[in-house]
Design a binder for this molecule. Structure first.
Ligand SMILES: *Cc1c(COP(=O)(O)O)cnc(C)c1O
Length: 435
């Protein structure tokens, strides 16, 4: 097979040798280690607009966008300005600031699904706190999740399906006690019969169901709207709280996330990623009644030294102000559609078994033929196509997250011209893979 010249990675390699002596796998979050693609991680020096530069001065059009948070691209002038302005007054106080009110107002004024919110520092923390609140509010213990949804590294959710149809989970990580995993039920996505069965059998002890309404951490497993509606109905019927984990979809597919896009009202929502403008922020929200159970108003304890950190709030305010402008999501989706349909038409004409699956400004490279995939077990585990795509795109100045199970993101900063350049590179690599 014809391959292009590999880019220089000398400085990144040196830094990686060092970082391996400091951190497990040389990284502070596992997917960054390039384990499922060729080569070692690139160390990034800077980002601007839709572009990043590595330590060897290679330039890339970036579709990882920090795994989703950077919906305005890197170094957006308004975010930069607001962060610097805020930082000049001190980094953190551990006391309330007006910035927390401002970010909450921005969110709650445009969000019909929640009445009160609490800021935390990551998506994982938001989910962990939401689960505790669901249990504290309902007085029930069990949690239902779906295979192929990711909710951060929360003990109770590092659980995969065991054997059998409706089943208690088995932990998917060492260090998660069996007793925790036993409190979690796991079902396949998009399976209505299994869902009805599970509610019938377990509703009496089910506190909540948690789902990524747009599952985007294990491929892009778009759900039938009917499945999500059924989930809503069953939760209402059986008095089980419905949690939409919108850490990736919130402020991404619409300002109020998948709940807005599908017009389905969850009981609780978790946010992260975009909400912090590139700084560490997460949040969970619900009705006044449910949030009334959170300390200090109620008995469910949850706290954070850096929660509502002013600099992080500032970045969130600046970013969500941009996202609130009329037409923001429509423009972004149109641009993404220009990109994905160009590549999909190309693959179609050449009869390549490849598709860019997309919703809003999220896309996923599906090497699964033309079949629409709705659940985790349908994904072809052979990631060879992705491996070639990843390496060859780096050689052509395009950066994708280093895993075929992860999605890509288009930001406001990607111009049609940038997207055409990236599309041309992707078409060349498709020819290399299938031609
Ligand atoms: C990223 C993500 C998380 C975890 O957020 P962190 O900030 O990485 O802890 C949880 N749920 C979903 C849906 C996510 O996409």
């Amino acid at each position: 097979m014809q391959t292009s010249t590999d880019i220089s990675r000398k400085t990144s390699e040196e830094l990686f040798e060092k970082s391996k002596t400091y951190f497990p796998g040389g990284v502070n979050s596992p997917v960054r280690a390039f384990k499922s693609v060729d080569g070692n991680p690139l160390f990034i020096k800077k980002g601007d607009g839709c572009r990043i530069w590595d330590e060897d001065n290679n330039e890339f059009i970036d579709f990882c966008c920090s795994w989703g948070p950077l919906i305005l691209g890197h170094n957006h002038p308004e975010v930069f300005k607001k962060v610097v302005e805020t930082m000049q007054n001190g980094a953190s106080f551990g006391a309330p600031t007006r910035l927390e009110n401002e970010l909450a107002e921005l969110i709650l004024n445009r969000n019909p699904f929640i009445e009160k919110i609490r800021f935390v520092s990551s998506g994982t923390e938001a989910v962990m706190s939401a689960l505790r609140l669901a249990r504290g509010y309902t007085g029930k213990n069990k949690v239902l999740k779906f295979e192929g949804c990711y909710h951060g590294h929360v003990d109770a959710l590092l659980v995969k399906a065991g054997s059998g149809l409706v089943t208690f989970g088995e932990s998917s990580s060492a260090g998660v006690p069996e007793a925790f995993a036993n409190q979690t039920l796991v079902l396949p996505l998009n399976d209505e019969a299994a869902l009805r069965e599970c509610f019938k059998e377990h509703h009496a002890d089910m506190a909540c169901v948690i789902i990524e309404p747009i599952p985007a951490n294990n491929g892009l497993l778009l759900q039938e709207k009917h499945f999500l509606q059924l989930l809503r109905e069953l939760c209402t019927e059986y008095n089980v709280l419905l949690i939409f984990d919108e850490v990736i979809s919130g402020f991404r597919v619409a300002f109020s996330g998948a709940a807005e896009l599908y017009g389905i009202t969850p009981d609780m929502v978790t946010y992260g990623k975009i909400i912090g403008g590139g700084l560490p922020v997460g949040a969970y929200g619900a009705s006044k009644e449910i949030m009334g159970k959170v300390s200090p108003d109620g008995p469910v304890y949850q706290a954070g030294t850096l929660s509502g950190n002013p600099v992080a709030m500032a970045a969130g305010i600046a970013q969500l102000t941009e996202c609130s402008k009329p037409g923001f999501y429509e423009t972004l989706a149109e641009k993404t559609n220009h990109f994905t349909s160009r590549i999909n038409n190309y693959a179609n004409e050449k009869n390549y078994p490849f598709e860019l699956v997309s919703i809003g400004s999220i896309f996923w490279l599906s090497f699964n033929g033309k079949k629409r995939i709705h659940s985790a077990e349908e994904i072809d585990p052979n990631m060879n196509g992705f491996r070639i795509m990843h390496r060859e795109l780096l050689n052509r100045g395009v950066y994708l997250g280093p895993s075929g199970y992860e999605v890509g993101f288009v930001s406001e900063a990607h111009s049609l011209n940038d997207l055409d350049m990236a599309a041309k590179a992707m078409e060349e690599v498709l020819d290399m893979i299938y031609g």
